[in-house]
Design a protein around this ligand. Structure first.
Ligand SMILES: Cc1ncc(COP(=O)(O)O)c(C=O)c1O
Length: 448
């Protein structure tokens, strides 16, 4: 059988070679680089994609959970084309921005007022600014290992290692080289799903904390939901200390009409969004208590947090977002969540039948395969449990899956989209089973 990936004679490999002359490392977006070369997309429709070499994949990647309706959804396409004919780009607001805000605010009473931005990272950055302005305090707290986008503060302790993460309480570790100490000094890091240890850390700087940020289903902590005890602790701490509770729903919003916070009964002060709510166009948003969101109110002069941006609430994004959320409602959410349960169950069976073993976690229509039988509940335990064998298996599994027509992330994370049916889940679990059986044989041969 010829290999789809890697294939150094493919059009993708040649394009990647060309890209090296214009992009550092050949890529302008790190996450699209799958070593040893990038794969370039040619067309996509429903839950399938075709690359420039004509290879077809079922898309379980969905651009890091964005394309929840699949590709080229008729309603989204129509909404974008119609908006293009009306107003494409403008300094005047378009009515679609009110419509999209109404759709979101009506889905959860926690969203009293909202504001659009262009990315999830920008949403988190503005939530941090609002929390600081509202409380008059400098620090924010976040969970070790959790991704909240690409600003320096949000990235603190994103990927610490046993050499850097500190012995007891997590140390604040800058992500990029050159992060100023002012950043790490102002980010307090707590362990995910460890209420007692986290509470001690938070209590020690309670009067300095503007906000505590949490992702309720953090993939980087093993895609296990935040425990009721952890949530109760955070709610109790924020209520008593006056720090704001900020739930980052950039990925988890898909779990229910009102987001993962509705599913888990959380009442945050602020919520950040991104990914699906733009229907595939660039978007971020934040919503929450009216008095906190008033930090952005510039109607009476300079706002406490002046927030603007050339592409904020772009007409095409607003139109696409409305179409997307109208289609992803009620039955569509329930059906996709049920399909997610099926996918996780079938994948778990595949891991066991293959002899490789491991755990499939996740919620809603998200799944994470971790090739370890050790228990994990947060960043450090997942890091340790997957430190070696998991990465070797994934490095081998990713190209094998591509060769069987399955596209997902290179680290075991994937998600579903609404065009998928049972047949696509069967294809996924069969491809995983066959690939893992091959890997098991290769491992046995290597051990001889
Ligand atoms: C939980 C979470 N927050 C924030 C972000 C940042 O969103 P964006 O990539 O749109 O900047 C992401 C992106 O993956 C995310 O997963």
């Amino acid at each position: 059988m010829t290999s789809i990936f890697p294939d150094f004679s493919s059009k993708s490999a040649h394009l990647f070679e060309r890209a090296q002359a214009v992009f550092p490392g050949g890529s302008t977006r790190n996450q699209t680089y799958f070593p040893p070369h990038m794969i370039y997309a040619a067309e996509a429709s429903g839950c399938r994609m075709r690359d420039v070499d004509g290879n077809e994949f079922i898309d379980f990647h969905n651009d890091y959970t964005v394309t929840i309706l699949g590709h080229a959804h008729a309603d989204v396409e129509r909404a974008i084309i119609e908006q293009t004919k009306r107003v494409f780009c403008s300094a005047l607001a378009v009515p679609a921005e009110i419509e999209l805000a109404e759709i979101i605010c009506q889905r959860n009473p926690n969203f009293e007022r909202m504001r659009f931005v262009v990315t999830g990272s920008e949403a988190v950055m503005n939530a941090m600014k609002a929390a600081r302005a509202f409380t008059g305090r400098p620090k924010i707290a976040k969970c070790e290992g959790v991704y909240h986008g690409s600003n320096d503060f949000a990235e603190v302790s994103l990927d610490p290692t046993p050499q850097t993460w500190g012995q007891a309480a997590p140390q604040s570790v800058g992500f990029s080289d050159g992060v100023p100490q002012g950043v790490t000094d102002n980010v307090v890091v707590i362990p995910y799903n460890e209420p007692e240890a986290a509470r001690k850390i938070l209590d020690a700087c309670a009067d300095q904390l503007a906000g505590v940020f949490i992702d309720l289903i953090s993939a980087r902590c093993g895609a296990r939901r935040a425990s009721p005890e952890f949530i109760a602790m955070l709610e109790d701490f924020t209520t008593s200390s006056g720090a704001l509770l900020v739930v980052d729903e950039v990925i988890s919003y898909r779990a229910a009409r009102g987001g993962a916070q509705e599913m888990l009964g959380v009442k945050p002060d602020l919520t950040t969004f991104g990914k699906i709510i733009g229907g595939g166009m660039p978007i971020g948003a934040l919503a929450g208590r009216a008095d906190v969101m008033a930090m952005f109110d510039s109607s009476g002069g300079k706002a406490a947090v002046p927030q603007s941006g050339t592409f904020t609430a772009h007409p095409l994004t607003m139109a696409a977002g409305c179409a997307m959320l109208r289609a992803y409602d009620g039955d569509a959410i329930d059906r996709l969540n049920e399909l997610g349960d099926t996918a996780r169950r079938q994948l778990q069976e595949a891991l066991e039948l293959s002899g490789i073993g491991g755990q499939v976690t996740g919620e809603s229509s998200l799944f994470l395969m971790s090739f370890t039988d050790e228990p994990f509940h947060g960043y450090r335990s997942h890091y340790r449990a997957t430190a070696d064998r998991h990465h070797r298996i994934m490095a081998s599994l990713f190209p094998k899956l591509l060769n069987k027509g399955v596209l997902m992330s290179g680290w075991g994370f994937g998600c579903l989209s609404t065009p998928m049916q049972q047949a696509e889940i069967d294809h996924l679990s069969q491809a995983v089973l066959e690939s893992l059986r091959e890997i098991n044989e290769e491992l046995a041969l290597a051990a001889q």
